[in-house]
Design a protein around this ligand. Structure first.
Ligand SMILES: Cc1cc2nc3c(=O)[nH]c(=O)nc-3n(C[C@H](O)[C@H](O)[C@H](O)COP(=O)(O)OP(=O)(O)OC[C@H]3O[C@@H](n4cnc5c(N)ncnc54)[C@H](O)[C@@H]3O)c2cc1C
Length: 474
């Protein structure tokens, strides 16, 4: 009888799971394990909202496994030591894991595989997180795509039912090792604070399944509603994709079954995720550097007060502030607002995009290195974007277009609640009578705009133009 260990990482579910299914098919006894990595946990702020989220995901897995006499083995420490230790303890033939494409994770897995090899234990990694990985989608010339639209066309043309087929778990469940039940450490035992406030996105496999079922009902309208943060248009599945509590193949199966314009549009968004994953895999240097080298060292002014105002949602631009407050309060921000707030930080406040990238990384429940880095480089016009650098979002016209009645602004900036829609996007332009009727005092109840969009826009254009010209000369 051979035993295998399945190391769960960003795939916190027990269905349609490549590594788990492969191990169950090949071995008679399978031990599932998760390592709370001290190297990742220790630098995090003590109130990091991802810790309770992850623990809730693990609790659901444990509950399901314990119900059938098995368990999820959880250890706290360095996986480079803990995984080989567990492999020896359970006398396993092979350790299985789903592939992770982040540079640090690739290096970690290489070390683990080497340690296991030294003990005569095999290492097997599987594709699970994406439909197409690494160099499966290449240009005619055999290189990686750096523009999304041709990547999407190739991705879509290659996609068949087989690519999204489900990995079977249920027929092999009896092979899950019988294990004594162990309890899970609490946030406090790990040195973290309990979660403050109510979570808007329910964790775990069950949370993911509920969201997916709800979203399936409105998928057909996705392309119409997805750009309006005040409407329930998007799926809110970001954290579930990040932690793998839903399977990407299940999402793709849903989109292919639905076969509506909304489903096709959503499929394209799922493809953006894979575009950034493959980009980071081909270009790990993007973690530190811009895709467009001419913009790697733009002389940003990096005003600390303005950065603090942006972080706390106090810039005086209502939609920007509402977006940042949504992020701070819930750990989620709508995609349209990620684009607007990111553009505002770089092109209105002239602050290095890396500062914003870092702030999002601390706050987002769905933080993902590849998508966050790709999104920030895109919004800052320093990355993979078919659009030129002189595209600059106007925070007021974006607000009028994507939150016309101000529903979203009112939710996160209640101090503006009584303003009419005509005044809510730029209250500093409202008539004194309108402000008085809404009992809004500019500069007291809400900040005056910390910068003037038109003049900051000119400065941003000059900054980018000088760097682009410098590049042409050299
Ligand atoms: C500056 C900036 C930073 C971002 N940071 C992240 C991040 O850290 N993690 C993250 O998952 N996404 C990031 N995104 C992409 C996108 O904003 C989120 O994926 C999306 O808002 C998540 O909400 P949802 O699940 O409701 O999306 P839906 O619209 O329902 O889309 C479904 C899924 O498709 C994927 N997706 C959609 N749009 C994109 C996109 N533009 N790029 C990559 N994947 C996409 C996501 O996995 C998303 O969950 C960022 C975008 C920008 C502009």
């Amino acid at each position: 009888m051979t035993t295998a260990l399945v190391w769960l990482r960003r795939d916190l579910r027990l269905s349609d799971h490549a590594a788990l299914a492969t191990a169950l098919i090949r071995h008679e006894r399978v031990v599932p394990a998760f390592i709370l990595d001290r190297k990742i946990l220790d630098p995090l702020p003590r109130n990091d909202r991802r810790i309770p989220f992850i623990l809730d995901c693990l609790a659901q897995i444990k509950e399901d496994l314990q119900a059938q006499g098995s368990d999820l083995v959880v250890r706290v420490g360095d996986p480079r030591e803990e995984i080989p230790r567990l492999a020896r303890q359970y006398a396993v033939r092979c350790v299985y894991a789903n592939r992770d494409y982040e540079p640090v994770a690739i290096a970690r897995d290489q070390t683990v595989a080497q340690q296991l090899a030294d003990d005569g234990i095999d290492w097997q990694d599987c594709k699970d997180q994406v439909i197409f990985e690494r160099d499966e989608i290449l240009t005619q010339a055999g290189g990686p795509f750096s523009v999304f639209t041709p990547y999407w066309r190739r991705w879509r043309a290659r996609l068949s039912q087989i690519d999204s087929a489900e990995y079977p778990i249920a027929p092999y469940r009896q092979r899950l090792a019988t294990l004594p039940s162990e309890s899970l450490p609490s946030p406090a035992e790990l040195g973290f604070e309990p979660e403050a406030g109510a979570r808007t996105i329910v964790a775990g496999m069950r949370g993911g399944a509920t969201l997916l079922d709800e979203f399936a009902e409105r998928l057909a309208h996705y392309q119409v509603l997805r750009d309006f943060p005040g409407k329930k248009g998007v799926s809110y599945l970001g954290p579930h994709l990040r932690f793998g509590t839903v399977s990407i193949r299940a999402l793709v199966r849903l989109a292919l079954r639905d076969d509506s314009p909304g489903a096709e549009c959503w499929l394209k968004e799922l493809c953006w995720r894979e575009f950034y994953q493959q980009l980071l895999w081909h270009r790990p240097d993007l973690v530190e550097h811009t895709f467009r080298p001419e913009f790697d060292h733009l002389p940003f002014s990096n005003n600390l007060d303005w950065f603090a105002a942006w972080c706390s949602g106090q810039t005086g631009y209502p939609l920007v502030d509402a977006g940042m407050r949504q992020l701070n309060q819930t750990g989620y921000m709508h995609n349209r607002l990620r684009m607007i707030t990111a553009s505002f930080l770089v092109k209105d406040l002239l602050i290095d995009w890396r500062w914003g990238e870092r702030y999002f990384a601390q706050q987002l429940l769905d933080y993902d290195l590849a998508s966050n880095n790709g999104g920030w480089q895109w919004a800052a016009s320093v990355g993979c974007d078919a659009q030129p650098w002189f595209r600059i979002f106007n925070p007021v016209t974006q607000s009028e277009r994507f939150d016309p009645a101000g529903h979203f602004i009112r939710r996160y900036c209640p101090e503006l609640n009584a303003l009419p829609a005509s005044a809510i996007h730029a209250p500093w332009l409202a008539k004194p009578l309108e402000l008085a009727a809404a009992q809004v005092k500019l500069g007291t109840d809400i900040p005056l705009p910390i910068v003037d969009h038109a003049s900051q826009r000119s400065q941003a254009l000059a900054l980018f133009k000088a760097a682009a010209e410098q590049r042409q000369k050299s």
